[in-house]
Design a protein around this ligand. Sequence first.
Ligand SMILES: Cc1cc2nc3c(=O)[nH]c(=O)nc-3n(C[C@H](O)[C@H](O)[C@H](O)COP(=O)(O)OP(=O)(O)OC[C@H]3O[C@@H](n4cnc5c(N)ncnc54)[C@H](O)[C@@H]3O)c2cc1C
Length: 297
Amino acid sequence: MFLRRLPKFEYHMATSVAEALGLLSQHVKTSEIFAGGTDLLVSMKKREVAPEHLINIKGIKGLKEIRFDDKEGLKIGALVTIGELERSEIIKGKFCTLWDACKVMASPQIRNLGTIGGNLCSALPSADTAPPLIAMGASVKLAGSKGKRTVLVEEFFKGPGESVLEHDEILTEILIPSPPENSGGSYFKLMRRRAMDLAIVGAAAFLRMDGNKRVCKNACVALGTVAPTPIRASKAEEVVTKKEIDEDLAAEAGKVAAQEARPRSSIRATESYRREMVGVLTKRAIMEAYKRIIYDS
Ligand SMILES: Cc1cc2nc3c(=O)[nH]c(=O)nc-3n(C[C@H](O)[C@H](O)[C@H](O)COP(=O)(O)OP(=O)(O)OC[C@H]3O[C@@H](n4cnc5c(N)ncnc54)[C@H](O)[C@@H]3O)c2cc1C
């Protein structure tokens, strides 16, 4: 990979969402939002993007909080870093599907800079926070010059590097519903090495069991890096819904998920290996989610 010096740009520091939106409207299509910079600066050095204006939003205080209440669920400000999520007791305790992803992302240094908002807005198929957020039914709040809107994370991605975010919009918050009773989830990531690598495959499962914790009432399975965007494996979900979970059923769901995936060969892995691994990781994610429901509560 050939990295050059950063191209020239004008630097702006926004201290409110309104100020950032004003700057975006002033510099239409020649500006980029800058959060942790861990994706953006690399893309600039590779000359994939060359914005004339960088709008640093790290000074916007209202976007740095993690708030939870039973009724409203979890609200994560777009500027919360992956490291802050990893260290949060509420994420580790109640939203461990997301915690699973945060602890295997990049390195401590990158996790301390990179934000959850930036991870979603880069819109890469390998974004580690995407499958857990999709599995948990999360949505994102977008603020723009024309107003605010809320979009399900599942519907946020359009293609590699592309999302529904308009140029004059900022992602401000991620909303995750309170986990229902007898529910739980997990995320598994396959990498070529144990750290500092993007996923070859990522699989998240979130299950809700009946009162006896025997029959699965509903299931959500989400996959990363095996299609142009993070995807749901809805046929695999059907395999486990309204059934008693066991290893064989989870393996069957894995096989079905592997058929739903649309992976491609790349420097990291071949198409067939990725497909095979979707089966393995989906089974593991379902079984781990199930065990957490049975043993953790
Ligand atoms: C060495 C290395 C290893 C990595 N490993 C992983 C990994 O294992 N898993 C993984 O998923 N990622 C990985 N990444 C990618 C990156 O670190 C993450 O995606 C990170 O969360 C990006 O957040 P950021 O705040 O740095 O985004 P930035 O680089 O600041 O921004 C990324 C993009 O999103 C836009 N943006 C950022 N925030 C907002 C917002 N609130 N509203 C609107 N637009 C916004 C920016 O304009 C830019 O286009 C790695 C990166 C590096 C350099």
